[in-house]
Design a protein. Structure first.
Length: 317
């Protein structure tokens, strides 16, 4: 039989994990009995609640449950990377524990990847019902900017919930960079992808760990990871202001020769200087983002540190 690995990144998900595991088990027992072997890979991303205790309980009762517990919070990207590394299935999928990735779609994804000529079957939300207006607006803007500035296509509303062939997972793992953006890496490796659409689903329990500020930083990380257009913007802005400054100097010289020297206009001059200074700082900030990436990459620090796994315990169900 085929083996399917279900990777589940978790961070403070004690309220929703029992609901999630029960729901996925129903799907597995009904749809995959005698068809495929299921492997669970839970990744505890340094949770501060009882997430790891609940996962250990799953592992104790079910021999198909593997887990990795980080020494601290390293972020979802590191958790997904660790889960993919420790998965052993012929097919691998990533599911969020909050049940916003409908487990019921897994059988359809499996049928498509087995019978049709696709290497990845992905999911995307066709609407953002239930999201805040500001969050939805910035998400739309991000995807438009990302696709405008990068050669890698990132599908609007795409989820990390995808069923991938082993060769796709191996290709993704071959990208060893520290600063990771998985949706971009999925596009960078290529492969034929089919998308399944579904309506947005609210969390089954608990609260989202993604604040607006975290999402904003994640967006900056994504853009600077897959595009150098911001650097070009900084360069073109500098050239533009050099041209404007040169024209302004000519205008001032001509005006002085015709009308004489005038001392009026210092408020507007102060505004112009402030504006140009702001643009310069903005451009320096863009360059700083790329320098920061080079700095973190050259240090070659590990993406994550494992505190414990299921192999550290003797129990097996």
């Amino acid at each position: 039989m085929d083996k399917i690995s279900i990777v589940v990144p978790c961070y403070n998900e004690e309220k929703v994990l029992p609901i999630f595991f029960e729901e996925v088990q129903k799907i597995v027992n009904n749809d995959f009995k005698d068809i495929a072997e299921i492997e669970y890979v839970f990744v505890d991303d340094g949770s501060k609640d009882k997430t790891i205790e609940i996962i250990k309980g799953f592992s104790k009762e079910n021999s198909r449950v593997k887990f990795i517990s980080f020494s601290k919070n390293f972020g979802k990207e590191a958790a997904m990377y660790a889960g993919l590394q420790h998965s052993s299935g012929d097919y691998v999928t990533i599911m969020d524990a909050d049940l916003q990735d409908p487990p019921a779609l897994l059988k359809k994804m499996y049928d498509i990847i087995k019978t049709e000529d696709y290497d990845i079957v992905g999911t995307r939300r066709k609407n953002r019902k239930g999201e805040g207006i500001i969050k939805s607006l910035f998400s739309i803007i991000f995807y438009k900017l990302m696709n405008l500035m990068s050669d890698v296509e990132v599908v609007d509303g795409a989820r990390d919930y995808k069923l991938m062939k082993r060769k796709v997972v191996d290709s993704i793992l071959s990208f060893g960079e520290y600063n990771r953006y998985s949706k971009g890496l999925m596009g960078a490796v290529g492969y034929k992808t089919k998308w399944l659409e579904y309506n947005n689903i609210k969390r089954a329990a608990g609260k989202s760990k993604w604040s607006f500020w975290k999402l904003f930083k994640y967006a900056i990380e994504a853009i600077t990871s897959f595009s150098t257009v911001p650097l070009m913007f900084a360069s073109f802005t500098g050239i533009l202001f050099c041209i404007v400054a040169f024209i302004a100097i000519i205008v001032i010289i001509v005006k002085t020769l015709i009308f004489g020297d005038q001392t009026s206009g210092w408020p507007s001059l102060a505004c112009i200087i402030t504006f140009i200074g702001g643009v310069q700082l903005f451009a320096i900030g863009i360059i700083g983002q790329y320098l920061a990436k080079v700095y973190t990459e050259t240090k070659r620090r590990p993406l994550y540190i494992v505190r414990e796994t299921e192999e550290d315990f003797e129990y097996k169900g």
